[in-house]
Design a protein around this ligand. Structure first.
Ligand SMILES: N[C@@H](CCC(=O)N[C@@H](CS)C(=O)NCC(=O)O)C(=O)O
Length: 231
């Protein structure tokens, strides 16, 4: 398997975690988003949407992080990332899609570039835009999580890792990196606090990637400082 990835990409972080949970080896092929390598013609042949991640396996390319995770689930069903009852699976997909399809596209690099380059938004306006859509989305995610119980280790509870946790952890990473408030997301914080101690999440963390910047300030890596706002 070959994974086109970028260390800080939250969507690639989801897929790296899925591969690690399932114990699947892969060759990482970094695409530097800061150098706009996703826009190279050669890469657009791999993924015409010009984003990471993309997974090559058995002569086929799959893009869209959530589709890749479902593909890995079919290729190697255990340990399952969509465990439990029909309602549990639907809930895991619901949380994953709320983050992956409602929140992430609004703050994606290409969206932010368009806001700045074409619509003339300055840095303050872009910050405001990001905070607005992320907080609106994540407060909704927190409210959905609360319908199934209070503070806990994972979305489905206990030590059961699902596709939803794979989306929450990178989202929390991105919020912390962007200085967005996480204090009033107690369930998300508890899930983050638990998951980032687990081997697959450590292995998949931005800090552990071969393309990570050497002076990267640790947020989720094994040497990450105690998460200040997580208690
Ligand atoms: N919906 C896609 C989004 C993929 C995507 O756009 N990823 C971001 C990185 S998190 C990217 O490559 N952005 C490049 C750009 O916007 O130019 C997925 O879930 O895989």
């Amino acid at each position: 398997m070959k994974l086109y990835t970028y260390f800080r990409s939250s969507t690639a972080y989801r897929v790296r975690t899925a591969l690690a949970v399932k114990g699947l080896d892969y060759e990482a092929h970094p695409i530097n988003l800061l150098k706009s390598e996703q826009l190279d013609d050669a890469y657009k042949k791999v993924n015409p949407m010009a984003g990471v991640p993309a997974l090559e396996h058995d002569g086929k390319v799959i893009s869209q992080s959530l589709a890749i995770i479902e593909y890995l689930e079919d290729v190697k069903p255990l340990p399952s990332l969509l465990p439990g009852s029909a309602a549990d699976k639907a809930f895991a997909r619901q949380i994953a899609q709320a983050i992956g399809t409602d929140v992430h596209p609004l703050i994606n690099l290409r969206t932010m570039k368009y806001l700045g380059d074409k619509l003339g938004a300055d840095e303050a306006a872009k910050k405001d835009w990001t905070a607005h859509w992320v907080m609106k989305g994540m407060h909704a995610v927190e409210a959905m999580l609360a319908t199934r119980g209070g503070v806990r280790n994972t979305v489905l509870g206990g030590d059961v890792i699902s596709m939803a946790d794979l989306c929450i952890i990178p989202q929390m990473y991105s919020m912390r990196r962007n200085g967005l408030p996480v204090e009033d997301l107690p369930i998300c914080c508890a899930i983050e606090r638990y998951c980032i101690t687990l081997e697959p999440f450590i292995k998949a963390s931005p800090e552990m990637q071969q393309d990570a910047l050497p002076d990267l300030e640790p947020i989720h890596g094994p040497h990450a400082p105690l998460l200040k706002h997580a208690a």
